[in-house]
Design a protein around this ligand. Sequence first.
Ligand SMILES: [Fe+2]
Length: 312
Amino acid sequence: MGPIDKPLPTLQNIHRDEADKIIQAIIEDGACIIKSFASVGAVERVNADTHPYLEVDKPWKGDLFPPETRRCTRLIARSATAREWLVDPLVTKLLSIFVDKTTHNYYGETRHTYTSNAILNTGLTMRIGPGGKAQRLHRDDKNFHMEHPDQTKTGYKIGTDVELSFLVPGIATTPENGATLVIPGSHLWDSERIPKVEEAGYGIMDVGDCFVMLGGFYHAGGHNLTKDQYRPVHDLSFIRGYLRQEENAYLSFTKEEVLSWPFEVKMRMGYTVSSPNLGFVDFIQPYKYLAGDYDPNQPGDLDSSQELNKAA
Ligand SMILES: [Fe+2]
């Protein structure tokens, strides 16, 4: 029960075979738990694929995650099973509804219609160890500077969000081991409404379940109160495919060319992180990554404030 003696809010739990109900739950609540998204064996394979990288990572120093967090970036290259999830037909279906964008335009008098397909935004594993404190409630799409209208009276207009995330826990999640705090319906809130912990419930999941949420959904990784449970979460988040540069700066230039440029040129070409958090490599600023001044097995720590677009 909640602090004012009413039940904590919960997410709808829907089997992966019922795609239409999942879509409806996301429209209503902004998120839902997909039951039997993956087999237990598949989750165990991704756990095993990421375990060596999690073991060598060092404590997080910033305030995005507690220091008990360990990270495995580059999940798509490191796990064949994660690559299967990336193109899972249910994932593709949900992306086509909530993230892919189709518009038309006139080029002269000819009408053209184009669809920009969703692309992966982050594919990584985060493991929260015993004692890890809860995150603050947040919307992941803050990184894209989204401004949300109040839709509490009108209902959700599909297309409002540019991001959809799929989180697959490596172990069963409970309030004790840090199940994600969730506020069903918070995707409808405008940008000024302050999320309160008292409004949140828990996203409790079995192994094989998947938590899917819109970018505008308020959530937070929970407090791991256990002494011995390490809670990995495999994260695939997707964004609109057009959230990138028209000319691909990252493939167009050699490392030597980029390193020869003044900092301001590197910044304008996209080799610094867009505040907050966009464009990192292993949580390292891309221009520092190119300089090679880091250990590839030791992800960095983005400047936790990033409130000035300056060298971190
Ligand atoms: Fe988040």
